[in-house]
Design a protein around this ligand. Structure first.
Ligand code: NAP
Length: 346
């Protein structure tokens, strides 16, 4: 009989790649979604005949209870989150509610209703925060420095407590940054690759706005914060495979997932803009408004445990990832321009 997976955050980047993977593996996939238009979400519209949806919200225990009772899942992937670390100062309580208590609510309902169900919890490399250990692995101490990371660490600790106290199968993936064309627009890789595509197409003021309500590309310029930030960036499609592998492993454990390679924002700018034949230095400027109050230190993954126990390694290179994101924006923007031109000529 087909196994059932219940996913929170199915409309997000990881949710959509994971849903594709699980459908391909013949799971019955059920998505817990916040609104009635979720099935039309750009990320999962192509799957909507192959997925069931249940309305619910991680802030609402009753809806989680109903979802688990209805779906009777064998596996749960908890991906839902207020996922912008940089917004988590303005949305600190919402972030704590969803990312911290939301996960706790979910674990507790599973404990009561379906304690044999396996759970994947989306932890984050942001939890390392102000670390001076390089690279980071499963034993590296956490030192969160933003509300997002603090809430994720709460969920991570509760996951471990439930695992030990109630003998539940909860595995946490400590995932380093991962990107794709499906990443929401205000993450920095998306901003840069989108700007490269706009400027290649001669779009001086973009239709997409930044968090300050200004065109992301304004008068041929993209404004960013600190360009010296370095991170370990991988491809989301590779990382969802690791999530699935964690729940197939014989014991529940925590795993670091990342590429082990560090790149700077400058390198992203270089790859994205040279891919479309432009020099990024002519189009990108840095503005203190875009710098976070505190910035997580340079982080880079030591994913040796995942390689050894799960046989997981990333497949897509950094350069391939950035170029794919630029290409995806080019296709999307060209189709928007064509659509506008056809409406004007009617
Ligand atoms: P994402 O694209 O921003 O997706 C977030 C998802 O959470 C969306 O489907 C959103 O639904 C849902 N959501 C938000 N609040 C909710 C609530 N109260 N109840 C139910 N659903 C809610 O995030 P992602 O990049 O796929 O990341 C997946 C998970 O991995 C997140 O937990 C994130 O924090 C974590 N993570 C991500 C990275 C990364 O680099 N991407 C790294 C480490 C950890 P709507 O469509 O309704 O908004």
């Amino acid at each position: 009989m087909a196994r059932t997976a219940l996913m929170t955050g199915i409309t997000g980047q990881d949710g959509s790649y994971l849903a594709e993977l699980l459908v391909q593996k013949k799971y019955r996939v059920v998505g817990l979604v916040r609104n009635s238009t979720a099935s039309q979400s750009r990320n999962i519209a192509h799957l909507h005949n192959q997925i069931d949806f249940i309305f619910g919200n991680l802030n609402d225990s009753a809806s989680i209870y109903t979802a688990i009772q209805k779906a009777q899942p064998d596996e749960i992937y908890n991906l839902a989150s207020q996922s912008y670390p940089s917004h988590s100062w303005e949305l600190s309580l919402e972030t704590a509610e969803v990312n911290g208590l939301g996960a706790h609510r979910l674990f507790d309902v599973v404990r009561q209703l379906k304690p044999d169900c396996k759970i994947y919890q989306a932890s984050s490399s942001e939890m390392y925060g102000d670390t001076n250990v390089f690279p980071q692995n499963e034993s590296t101490p956490f030192n969160p420095i933003n509300p997002y990371a603090a809430a994720k660490l709460y969920a991570h600790n509760i996951a471990k407590i439930y695992r030990k106290s109630y003998n539940m199968f909860i595995s946490c993936g400590i995932l380093f940054n991962h990107e794709s064309p499906k990443r929401p627009p205000h993450f920095v890789c998306q901003k840069i690759t989108y700007a490269a595509a706009c400027l290649k197409l001669g779009i001086e003021n973009s239709p997409l706005f930044n968090e300050y309500g200004e065109p992301l590309v304004k008068n041929n310029q993209l404004t960013l914060g600190n360009l010296d930030i370095k991170r370990d960036w991988g491809f989301a499609g590779d990382y969802v495979e690791a999530m699935w592998l964690m729940l197939q492993h014989k014991t529940p454990e925590d795993f670091v997932i990342g590429t082990g390679q560090m790149h700077s924002l400058r390198e992203i700018c270089e790859i994205a803009f040279s891919h479309v034949g432009l020099n990024w230095k002519n189009y990108i400027k840095s503005d203190p408004r875009f710098i976070r109050p505190t910035e997580t230190n340079t982080t880079v993954a030591d994913a040796a445990k995942a390689k050894q126990l799960l046989n997981w390694t990333p497949k897509v290179t950094f350069s391939e990832l950035i170029k794919t994101m630029v290409d995806s924006h080019l296709i999307h923007l060209k189709s928007q321009v064509t659509h506008v031109q056809s409406v004007i000529s009617e």
